[in-house]
Design a binder for this molecule. Structure first.
Ligand SMILES: [Zn+2]
Length: 338
């Protein structure tokens, strides 16, 4: 577990300098926010009432709730169905951060927009990198060589991951267990009065994660190898594929452009036909248009919606991390069982 400052952990020097420049120039970080930052206390206050935690996106928010229970108050910056790759923080986010004692982030270059927000908010608490200790994977080389990762929401040039590291480590439940342990340890360290409760809830939660991990492995192992191939919108399932023996072909995320070129789409369609890929899936954080086109042109079955980078809205089956995995598993099995 490490608690290094966010900017140290997250940004190489060049980008830190750029972010500082942007901070000076940005309207978001102008007058009112600077004034707010100056009012922030010099150190995070001792816990009075629930520990105030900010999570960068919905999946981490759920993990903090599962482990924190009634001892924490969790604010999530990028909520259900939100795209945490491309997020524009609001002044309200800065106020939430300023009031928090802990901020939980994914790391691995996922939240490129967050260091600037952390600095602007005057946040003085602890940054917890949930992915600390997982083995990072690179986006695989494909026909186009190393590639960037983009949800295609526009704003060319704004979104770029550091290097070629795949940030979607939560899509392997074994990594999810690591996230839970990191979060549990951080909560216990920040709020010693409830440390035992955090530990107990962490253990119980990790046991559920590990049980589901075993079940997902079993389910995929039972599929014939030629059925273990699907198309998704963006390349969010690399860790999932490595862990559970699936091959994912991503329709987007094959170039750094917002939209794949006609040649890219033609290449994917050719690959799907040649390899007889059985199903094409949508994702809750991506436009369904491209997946629909690919399904139309290849005759591949249209699977359901997968939850990749964000949970579903409260009340839906995929509204929690484990619920998301259960849901995705059921969608895969419905489309891929022979
Ligand atoms: Zn993603």
């Amino acid at each position: 577990m490490a608690y290094a400052s966010f900017s140290q952990r997250f940004l190489p020097l060049r980008r830190r300098a750029l972010a500082a420049l942007a901070l000076a120039a940005s309207g978001l970080l102008g007058g009112s926010m600077a004034a707010y930052a100056q009012q922030a206390p010099d150190a995070a206050p001792a816990p009075a009432g629930p520990l105030k935690v900010v999570a960068s996106f919905s999946i981490l928010g759920d993990m903090v709730k599962q482990i924190g229970g009634g001892d924490v108050q969790v604010d999530v910056l990028v909520g259900p169905d939100g795209d945490a790759h491309e997020y524009e923080p609001t002044p309200a986010d800065a106020r939430r951060l300023a009031a928090a004692q802990l901020v939980v982030v994914n790391g691995l270059g996922f939240e490129a927009w967050l260091p600037k927000l952390v600095r602007a908010s005057g946040f003085k608490g602890t940054t917890v990198v949930a992915s600390e200790g997982v083995t990072p994977r690179d986006f695989g080389g494909d026909a186009t060589g190393g590639h960037g990762h983009d949800h295609g929401a526009g704003k060319p040039g704004e979104h770029a991951h550091d290097g070629n590291t795949d940030p979607h480590a939560w899509q392997n439940l074994a990594n999810g267990a690591r996230y839970a342990r990191n979060i549990g340890a951080a909560l216990a360290a920040a709020d010693a009065a409830h440390a035992d409760a955090y530990r107990q809830r962490t253990d119980a939660y990790v046991a559920r994660i590990e049980a589901l991990d075993a079940r997902v492995k079993q389910a995929f192992a039972a599929l014939p190898p030629e059925r273990r191939r699907v198309v998704t919108s963006h390349d969010a399932f690399g860790y999932f594929g490595d862990a559970y023996g699936m091959t994912f072909i991503s329709a987007m995320g094959i170039s750094t452009e917002a939209e794949p070129s006609a040649a890219d789409v033609a290449r994917i369609i050719g690959q799907i036909r040649q390899e007889k890929v059985p199903a094409v899936f949508f994702e809750n954080v991506s436009s369904p248009r491209l997946a629909q086109q690919i399904a139309r042109e290849t005759g591949a079955r249209v699977g359901g919606t997968l939850y990749s980078d964000a949970l579903a809205k409260p009340g839906l089956p995929a509204a929690t991390y484990l619920g998301m995995f259960e849901w995705n598993l059921s969608q895969f099995m419905a489309a891929l069982k022979p």
